[in-house]
Design a protein around this ligand. Structure first.
Ligand SMILES: Cc1ncc(COP(=O)(O)O)c(C=O)c1O
Length: 445
């Protein structure tokens, strides 16, 4: 027992596991569980001494949901998975052919850690063409997907105790990557009635002398909300007052926008913050290339060369073949995106209409990405087979076991009570899953 208390105290001192949420210090829910596990494992024969830093993070909840759903599928259950954030469309043929040609031409060797020069040039052209941003290839870092860009940037810049402002709900990996490097995620809640966007005033209140980064995801995973040029400029004005704060602008859903929403890159809206902005983008979503693992960051040369150094001592670079495919993706035909977007918008509407017709559920129409994030406040406290639904995690477990539909609970994204649906799946499956969820909700008492 004494050993356990000592280990827990030591754990808290060393790992912190602390989050700053709307000004309140709270302990990460998983910290004690992990600390207890460390204690249980110690002294056991064959115990593997894992690094302390592993205890700062948890497995991705979106991947966990997908894994659980796959396990249930294997037992013969007819599960519909709306958990994963990836398009169901195949990578366009011209991109696949470019990869094949690259291999046939012997372009299968190492390249620079920063990325293939031809790909970095294509990225510069893209940023000029679509966003009016002028970069040189030395300002571009190519990573193993967009996630690696965040990882490399934070590894290169975050010291223990540095704060990173993250609007909630947020994409699950931001806060964990910050915590991995002993940074402190400072969470500010977006307004559900305004597409979950944060205001300039909230941003100003969250910044302290320790703030190193603001992370903005536009359009947002998990809400599909989008910041307008004016929203971004209002935030830019605040950031002008804080010259030590960097901005990570995650624009990976840039092309997946609907209705009349007009995407603006953060650095285009705020040219005065160009040097402090790391623009993150990649091929996973719009080009249907999740498995190819290509993402890129554009920013200040000093930051980019630090990220290059980090990468040179880890994965070296992402696949050369994938980068040649990326050249074809960025320079080639983009007409497939409009076709995909028409399908995505129709799928969004299927979810939007069905969810708003369910008692206790409400959702605003998202303008981008391929997610909806409905509120389920009206379902909290209801009973299913005598069990009280206390939170959004109980609710999604109930959906999975009763309706055979896998979705991700809002707590995983830092804002409850909500859940996330990824509608990047067929119209038939979406209709069927909405029917099942409505049935499960109808059975609640
Ligand atoms: C907001 C956001 N940023 C970055 C990524 C990383 O994508 P990838 O590493 O597949 O390029 C994702 C993937 O889900 C995402 O949703």
């Amino acid at each position: 027992m004494r050993r356990k208390i000592l280990a827990l105290n030591q754990f808290k001192q060393q790992y912190g596991g602390i989050f700053l949420i709307n000004g309140l210090l709270i302990k990460h829910k998983y910290c004690n569980i992990i600390a207890n596990n460390i204690v249980k494992q110690q002294g056991k024969k064959g115990y593997i001494m894992l690094a302390q830093r592993l205890s700062y993070i948890k497995p991705s909840p979106t991947i966990a949901v997908t894994t659980k759903a796959l396990e249930l599928k294997r037992t013969g259950k007819d599960i519909i998975t709306l958990g994963a954030g990836e398009p169901d469309f195949n990578t366009p043929d011209h991109i696949i052919e470019a990869a094949y040609k690259a291999m046939k031409d012997g372009k299968t060797r190492y390249t620079a850690s920063a990325g293939l020069p031809e790909f970095r040039e294509a990225v510069c052209e893209k940023l000029q063409r679509d966003n009016g941003l002028t970069y040189t290839p030395e300002q571009i870092h190519v990573g193993v997907g967009g996630k690696q860009i965040i990882f490399n940037a934070f590894l290169a810049t975050i010291n223990a105790g540095d704060e990173v402002v993250i609007p909630a709900p947020y994409w699950v990996s931001y806060s964990d990557i910050v915590s991995l490097f002993q940074g402190v995620p400072v969470i500010i809640n977006g307004d559900p009635n305004n597409q979950f966007k944060i205001t300039a005033g909230q941003l100003r209140a969250a910044i302290t002398p320790k703030t190193k980064w603001l992370v903005l995801c536009n359009p947002s995973n998990p809400t599909g909300g989008g910041y307008t040029k004016e929203d971004l400029q209002a935030m830019g004005k605040v950031l002008e007052e804080f010259p030590n704060v960097h901005i990570l602008s995650d624009e990976i859903y840039e092309f997946l926008v609907y209705d009349d929403f007009k995407f603006t890159a953060f650095a285009s809206a705020n040219p005065q913050l160009f040097d402090r902005t790391l623009t993150l983008n990649g091929l996973s979503k719009a080009y249907c290339m999740t498995g190819w693992r290509v993402g890129y960051g554009a920013g200040h040369k000093k930051l980019i060369s630090a990220m290059n150094m980090v990468q040179s001592q880890s994965c070296t670079h992402t696949s050369t073949i994938s980068q040649w495919a990326g050249v074809a993706a960025l320079n080639g035909d983009h007409s497939f995106i409009a076709k995909h977007n028409a399908r995505f918008a129709a799928r969004r509407d299927i979810c939007f209409d069905a969810l708003n017709a369910m008692p206790g559920v409400s959702v605003n129409k998202p303008v981008g990405a391929f997610y909806v994030y409905p509120s389920v406040a009206g379902l909290m406290g209801k009973r299913a087979d005598g069990q009280v639904i206390k939170n959004d995690e109980d609710l999604v477990n109930y959906f999975l076991t009763t309706a055979n539909v896998a979705v991700v609970h809002g707590e995983a994204f830092g804002l409850s009570p909500f859940f996330r649906i990824s509608y990047a799946t067929s119209e038939e499956l979406l209709h069927e899953s909405m029917r099942r969820i409505a049935g499960a909700i109808g059975a609640l008492q």
